[in-house]
Design a protein around this ligand. Structure first.
Ligand SMILES: Cc1cc2nc3c(=O)[nH]c(=O)nc-3n(C[C@H](O)[C@H](O)[C@H](O)COP(=O)(O)O)c2cc1C
Length: 301
């Protein structure tokens, strides 16, 4: 059977499949619904220092072949998070990653430190929320993104991944800045900003009007980001993310330059989708005589 193990800059994962943040709740609670056996890691919903109430409803809406969400990173705050889930991190059946979010670099660092002490295997830095200092998302500003990653790097010794936005004007410049600041890998990408309207009611689909667009239509956009960053920074490990539904999608991300591939929105249609995707990935590798999935990274003709 094909060896599914991959490495993110020396950090080994038993499978290239990662469950994306915000789509498997705290991981610990989702584990009661679906097994995490097909995955190499699963990322908990982003958490901040203080509780964030999130945006008012409606917060999720189908839009074309994808989905809009404007949840506003609702979360209970790091104290409640650790109280509620900390003790079970070791029994989720998968390596759990934490996801830190904040409005200032120091807040990200504080959350990251607590997540690491709670036992997560790596930390994603969710750079898609606005920087209180300028109002612009950290992920669109190389200097601000790097400052956050440097603060987190200072605080923890586990691997740190910077989750970037496809809205960035120059994704390679942002990836280079966070890598220099100490990110061990980048996650490409978070949702793309989008909006939709109900023309009968003459209302926006989301209370906040603009939200994040995810699902299959995001795939070519995220693949472009993966390809550009892999070409510009070939040593920087990448977790590809956006619109993955099948094993073929995973192969496509690996060939574009990813070392691991995250599954997000597909969990809402089918919480056990990882099992099918893993089977399809193994089938593809068998048919193409690929003995190690890691050899597919960047393997285009
Ligand atoms: C409902 C929902 C909530 C999300 N919450 C988070 C979050 O808390 N932190 C984060 O980094 N990404 C979050 N994401 C983004 C996903 O992790 C993923 O990057 C994005 O949806 C693209 O992948 P997909 O097309 O497979 O869903 C969320 C996505 C959705 C759909």
């Amino acid at each position: 059977m094909t060896d599914l193990a991959v490495s993110l800059g020396g950090h080994l994962l038993r499978s290239p499949l990662v469950a994306a943040s915000g789509t498997v709740a705290s991981v610990v609670d989702f584990a009661a619904t679906a097994s995490f056996a097909p995955y190499g890691a699963a990322v908990a919903k982003s958490v901040s220092v203080e509780p964030w109430p999130g945006r008012p409803p409606p917060r999720m809406a189908p839009a074309g072949q994808g989905m809009l969400n404007g949840i506003g990173i609702q979360n209970p705050g790091i104290d409640a998070w650790v109280d509620q889930f900390g003790a079970e991190i070791g029994s989720a059946g998968v390596e759990v990653w934490g996801s830190a979010v904040g409005h200032r670099a120091a807040e990200f660092a504080q959350v990251a430190g607590r997540l690491e002490r709670a036992g997560v295997g790596a930390i994603e830095v969710n750079l898609s929320c606005p920087n209180l200092a300028g109002g612009m998302p950290f992920a669109l500003d190389a200097g601000a993104a790097a400052a956050v990653v440097a603060a987190v790097r200072d605080q923890v010794s586990c691997p740190v991944g910077a989750k970037l936005s496809p809205d960035a004007a120059d994704i390679v410049a942002i990836a280079a800045a966070v890598a220099t600041a100490g990110a061990d890998f980048v996650v490409l990408t978070n949702t793309v900003r989008g909006a939709g309207f109900d023309i009968e009611r003459r209302t926006p689909l989301l209370a906040g009007v603009v939200g994040g667009y995810s699902g299959p239509p995001l795939k070519p956009v995220a693949l472009r980001c993966v390809w550009e960053v892999h070409r510009g920074l070939p040593e920087l490990p990448i977790v590809g993310c956006g619109g993955v539904r099948t094993g073929a999608d995973v192969v496509e991300y690996l060939m574009a330059g990813a070392s691991a591939v995250a599954i997000g929105t597909a969990h809402f249609a089918s919480p056990r989708v990882g099992k099918r995707i893993r089977r399809q990935l193994l089938g593809w590798c068998r048919r193409h005589r690929v003995s190690r999935v890691a050899e597919l990274t960047g393997a285009t003709a």
